[in-house]
Design a protein around this ligand. Sequence first.
Ligand code: NAD
Ligand code: ZN
Length: 374
Amino acid sequence: MITLHLHFPERTHALPILLAPGLLDRCGVALQEAGLEGPVALVSDTTVAAHYGARVRRSLEEAGFSVLEIHLPPGEGTKTLDMAAVLYRRLAQDGIGRDGLLIGLGGGVVLDLAGFVAATYMRGIAFVSIPTTLLAMVDASIGGKTGVDLPEGKNLVGAFYPPRLLLIDPIALHTLPAAEWRNGMAEVVKAALIGDPTLWQKLRGDPARWAAMPDMETLMDLLTRAIAVKIRIVEQDPLETQGEREVLNLGHTFGHAFERVSGYRVPHGEAVAAGMMAATALSARQGCLEEPRLFQDLEEVLQGLGLPTRWRAWLARYDIDTSPEDIIAAMDTDKKRRGGRLRFVLIHRPGVVRVHSDVPDEAVRQALEETAGL
Ligand SMILES: NC(=O)c1ccc[n+]([C@@H]2O[C@H](COP(=O)([O-])OP(=O)(O)OC[C@H]3O[C@@H](n4cnc5c(N)ncnc54)[C@H](O)[C@@H]3O)[C@@H](O)[C@H]2O)c1
Ligand SMILES: [Zn+2]
């Protein structure tokens, strides 16, 4: 068992993050040992519930918890205020009170929604997070952000509400579809570039090795390292007020623009992969990149994972024909545009990235031309 901690301000206790194979079957005891009590509402989506709901429920009941199970439809469409209201009413109808404990079991969609409901139901009830996708384990569950989408945009309503306990069982990834593995790996690559040169060397050493889930020891190492990077950055700027957290957006200014021009039809991980290539080209163009080989190495790592590296060729697969100008225009609405200037996270070398607010549009256009492909 590996235990990590995430410290939030104004909280007496740090958030314990437990990582261990088989934790799903021992979650009841883990909750007890963390001093958590109360009737449990176990929120999941139907796919995750079919795989793991019964096991988690059994473990909770064996530890003496009463369990109300709530299953939601899978997919981003579930992350709405309407679905939050459905959950509030189920909790109220089943008599879950302030002493209740809400557990989110699933990917980022379930955890964002369940966390938001826990933050707001009766002004806040205890929340426990059990991520089951790679993306949720290394990214969505770490950092205390919860929320739902509006028709006007993603994640527009939410709260900072860290769970009381985070349980990560890598065995859950055995059933993860290959496309979701790739999606999560895009964020692992990002974490390596932002803050773990050793992890970057491991990814770079044998790109094809990471195309599917590796052996358990390697997987535990990968998870621990990627999570540690996110913890380190979140602790510097827990409420996203000081800017340190912005480095987590490496590849995302481009990535979000790709998602927007596609009408959100492309997977997030693919957009981030193509976005990291553009961001690396921009880093070179701006004279930041100290290791010119990084561009080629990143392309090999992403290709090994089956992720796209050249945006025009990749978007063409989704029947999307767009131009650098359209992509730059799609960036203008990005929340990162402050005071009229776009902000980019540029790579200096693996482990060293910085936010730059002085990047001319022309350099962005050229970086996009350079990484278009076809
Ligand atoms: N709060 C944050 O800081 C944060 C950070 C990044 C992303 N997010 C959010 O996370 C969401 C994306 O999360 P995601 O990629 O985990 O998507 P997801 O929750 O939609 O899960 C992807 C798919 O995998 C299925 N699934 C989950 N676990 C499985 C398993 N173990 N075996 C088989 N199938 C499984 C789900 O049913 C779903 O169909 C987005 O809404 C995004 O906004 C939040
Ligand atoms: Zn992301």
